[in-house]
Design a protein around this ligand. Structure first.
Ligand SMILES: Nc1ncnc2c1ncn2[C@@H]1O[C@H](COP(=O)(O)OP(=O)(O)OP(=O)(O)O)[C@@H](O)[C@H]1O
Ligand SMILES: Nc1nc2c(ncn2[C@@H]2O[C@H](COP(=O)(O)O)[C@@H](O)[C@H]2O)c(=O)[nH]1
Length: 219
């Protein structure tokens, strides 16, 4: 039997937000989602943070200086923005708005402040998912195991983790990332279900009208 997806009903895109305390695994889950799901694209943020080794301008972030970031905010080019770890991060507006209208889904790796702003502005398009580590010790082990940060940076991320965790109630879904495969399967389930929300299905009026006009055996 054909499922709903195979009918390709027209729908508006959604904004799928993944947040977590640093090190809980949102980048890991996001990369896998992008690799395995052909319908979602990453929202590439603008930041004043300098690129890390291996990061590519326009792919990982749009890297800009503080003056350009301030200009973009001033000119209303950001959907949301926030200061995180002393740097500014923001979501450029034009690309996202046009994409949503055309049915494109976007994945956001943003913090709780940006999530709040997007929800206030675009509530019905937004799906908010928060990942938690199974324990604080495991979070620290993951940050050390990742091998990308100095001891000082790891301490900063750990001291910020508790305040980030306190924002769990600003999300629609909370998933504990213990086993990565289980966590990923849960995130996929959320995305699949959200795509079927009636409010997003712009093609339903025509589709159901068509069904009601059909006689049995006429197809
Ligand atoms: N379920 C898991 N079990 C064990 N290790 C994991 C799991 N999920 C992610 N990791 C590892 O933990 C480390 C941190 O993950 P990741 O970089 O995805 O976190 P993050 O939340 O994106 O952090 P940041 O906010 O600092 O970018 C990585 O080395 C990753 O491979
Ligand atoms: N509010 C926003 N937060 C963002 C955005 N892009 C990234 N982030 C968050 O910043 C921190 C640090 O990121 P890193 O790449 O420097 O490690 C992390 O929590 C991201 O989720 C954004 O556009 N808006």
């Amino acid at each position: 039997m054909a499922d709903q997806h195979s009918h390709n009903l027209a729908r508006r895109g959604l904004m799928f937000i993944l947040s977590s305390p640093s090190g809980a695994g949102k980048t890991t889950v996001a990369r896998r989602l992008l690799a395995e799901d052909g319908e979602i694209a990453m929202s590439v943020s603008v930041t004043t943070r300098p690129p890390r080794p291996g990061e590519v301008d326009g792919k990982d972030y749009h890297f800009v200086d503080r003056a350009e970031f301030a200009r973009m905010v001033e000119d209303g080019e950001m959907l949301e923005w926030a200061e995180v770890f002393g740097n500014n991060y923001g979501t450029p507006k034009a690309h996202i708005k046009a994409g949503l209208k055309a049915g494109q889904d976007f994945l956001f790796d943003i913090d709780w402040q940006g999530t709040q702003q997007l929800y206030q502005r675009m509530e019905t398009d937004v799906v908010r998912v928060f990942l938690l580590p199974p324990s604080i010790d495991e979070l620290e082990d993951r940050l050390r195991g990742r091998g990308t940060d100095s001891e000082q940076v790891i301490e900063g991320r750990m001291s910020r983790a508790r305040s980030e965790i306190s924002h769990w109630d600003g999300y629609d879904f909370v998933v504990v990332n213990d086993d990565i495969d289980e966590c990923f399967a849960k995130v996929r389930t959320i995305l699949d279900a959200e795509r079927m929300r009636r409010a997003r299905q712009t093609g339903l009026v025509d589709f159901t009208r068509g069904l009601m006009r059909q006689d049995p055996g006429s197809a």
